[in-house]
Design a binder for this molecule. Structure first.
Ligand code: SF4
Ligand code: SF4
Length: 567
């Protein structure tokens, strides 16, 4: 990348020299300057875009960028040359030119330095006609828009989560978490009406779906002779899950293994921070060291906690009364998943970054919980147990909930996993929820819904307070939904059925999302402009994302590309 910016810098220097030459040879008025500078800027932008796209491995985006931006820049330059540049006359007859004002050659007008200044002032003021004022206003407007865009990209601070909550919202029963239910034969037997209704609905759309044993079928699917599902691909996924699955099934179970509620490690001496900001900085610095890519700190909020909790390993309901302390703060950490491996979705290679993400969650949350305990405060590490990770991440200002139901962060997009630390420490500067305009983009996008192989994600235009999918009016089917929150409601049972059929998790929705991009300046720029542009522009940007070659799923070439990504 450094070489690319150096080349752009050299090209910019060359352009400045060419402009100077043109200025000496031609009469360059304000229209010509505008045309020349904007044409050159757009061409340089196109070059930078194209080189960056090739470097990130998306040559189609490179050629599209070259075609569109450099083509546009060239057209502007040609039009400017044709209509706005006139050769300067070398020997104006009987007149000499001075500072743009024609002075008769035989004039006895003396221009001393004082009168020269007046003369200049008169010229500048005289030049300020309506066109210059309009040009100035446009320039100023563009500058202000840029500043507003950059500021808005860091989010509008809110008092509460951006999603409206209705009075009928109830805390979510952890027995309704699909993985917990599917992992627990006892629960499937106890809630026979849930089991039967789900199986009936599932068998109407896929063949022979049986809940019992399905968890093992999706976690330990069988390799087959197909790119993305070979022994090599499965080995990658299982390696990624190793810490998570071997250490503790972090996806579902409270109070197990490294997520233990045991507080015997808590130091008797409580470390005192000088200020709340110092405490927040220290916690976030420690989290970063342990592997968190972004950390937010929010007040503990019972609305987002499961109630009751359910332990699918010991197959029992767990009460919050048994929790070892009253939580006051929830620290939310996110870890980034590998872009290239995810883009192979729904192949099993894309299960690798999911598994690695969960393993990273184990490390980050357990290490940070131990850090707090050694500081003398009670703390419990949590993966997907205890509470709704996405809701806590939104409350901590880390992003917004997407159409697909997962978190989208403004800088890492949707390719993240979330873990949490519940603690009784509360002398800390809390983060606030933020509006990043992501929901606004989702209204006009629906790319995840189009890409979903099980059609689990809703195509509803706007968020709703409850699910609208088939059977959502049947409580024996609808137990895995969370009515009362204004958001898009997916049918997570359909999603799970595809995982079982696929022999591993899927991630097609994340891979297709326009926010899912590697860390390159041109993607940051697009995300920043999306924050302030109106809805129809979002539809256009979504379409351009496809045209530029991003977000395609089911592409075996991407599997090959991943296996050659070592350099
Ligand atoms: S993971 Fe796959 S099946 Fe599930 S919602 Fe996303 S795209 Fe659909
Ligand atoms: S694909 Fe589009 S609609 Fe879906 S989460 Fe991403 S931005 Fe939102």
């Amino acid at each position: 990348m450094g070489l690319m910016w150096l080349s752009v810098g050299v090209l910019a220097g060359l352009s400045a020299w060419i402009l100077n030459v043109l200025n000496n040879k031609f009469i360059v008025d304000w229209k010509a300057w505008t045309g020349l500078i904007s044409g050159i800027f757009i061409i340089l932008f196109g070059v930078a875009w194209s080189v960056s796209s090739v470097l990130e491995g998306v040559p189609r985006s490179g050629s599209m960028g070259f075609l569109l931006f450099d083509g546009l820049g060239l057209i502007i330059l040609v039009l400017t040359w044709r209509f706005n540049l006139q050769h300067k006359k070398k020997h104006p007859p009987e007149e000499s030119q001075h500072q743009g004002v024609i002075i008769p050659e035989n004039s006895d007008l003396e221009i001393d330095s004082n009168s020269r200044r007046n003369f200049l002032g008169t010229t500048v003021l005289g030049a300020l006609n309506l066109r210059h004022i309009i040009g100035g206003i446009i320039g100023l407007g563009a500058g202000v828009t840029g500043v507003v865009a950059v500021k808005r990209a860091s989010g509008k601070v809110l008092d509460d989560v951006p999603n409206a909550i209705r009075d009928d919202y109830r805390r979510f029963d952890q027995r309704g978490v699909i993985q917990a239910f599917a992992h627990s034969p006892k629960l499937q037997e106890e809630k026979k009406e849930w089991t039967d209704t789900w199986e009936q609905a599932a068998n109407a759309r896929t063949k022979d779906f049986k809940i019992q044993g399905s968890y093992e079928r999706f976690v330990y699917g069988n390799p087959r002779d197909e790119v993305g599902y070979r022994q090599l691909d499965y080995a990658l996924a299982r390696g990624g899950w190793e810490t998570s699955l071997r250490g503790i099934p972090i996806t579902v179970a409270p109070n197990h293994g490294i997520q233990s509620w045991d507080q015997s490690q808590v130091n008797e001496t409580r470390y005192k921070f000088g200020s709340k900001q110092e405490a927040a900085d220290a916690i976030k610095s420690a989290a970063k060291l342990y592997g968190s890519d972004k950390t937010g700190i929010t007040v503990h909020d019972e609305r987002w906690d499961y109630d009751p909790l359910y332990d699918p390993i010991d197959e029992k309901v767990v009460s919050w009364n048994d929790f070892p302390f009253t939580p006051k703060t929830v620290i939310v950490c996110i870890v980034e998943m590998d872009y290239l491996a995810l883009s192979t979705a729904p192949s099993i290679v894309s299960d690798g970054p999911s598994g690695q993400g969960y393993s990273d969650m184990v490390m980050v949350s357990s290490h940070l919980a131990a850090f707090l305990r050694h500081l003398g405060y009670k703390a419990v590490a949590s993966g997907n147990d205890l509470g709704l990770s996405v809701a806590y991440a939104v409350a901590a200002g880390l992003g917004e909930v997407s159409r697909g139901g997962w978190l989208i962060t403004p800088d890492l997009g949707p390719k993240v996993r979330i873990c949490k630390i519940y603690t009784d420490f509360d002398f800390v500067e809390y983060d606030k929820p933020r509006d990043y305009s992501i929901t606004n983009f989702c209204i006009h996008c629906k790319r995840c819904a189009d890409a979903c192989p099980s059609q689990a994600i809703t195509h509803e235009d706007k968020p709703t307070f409850g699910p609208t999918f088939e059977h959502s009016d049947n409580p024996d089917y609808n137990w895995s939904s969370k009515p009362g929150v204004l958001k898009w409601h997916s049918d997570s049972k359909k999603c799970y059925e595809f995982w079982v059929e696929n022999g591993g998790s899927c991630s097609s929705c994340i891979a297709a999302c326009p926010y899912n991009k590697p860390d390159f300046w041109h993607h940051d720029l697009v995300d920043t402009t999306n924050v302030i542009t109106p809805g129809p522009m979002h539809t256009f940007m979504k379409e351009m994302d496809k045209v530029f070659g991003y977000g395609n799923v089911n592409d075996p070439d991407k599997v090959h590309k991943f296996w050659k990504s070592a350099d």
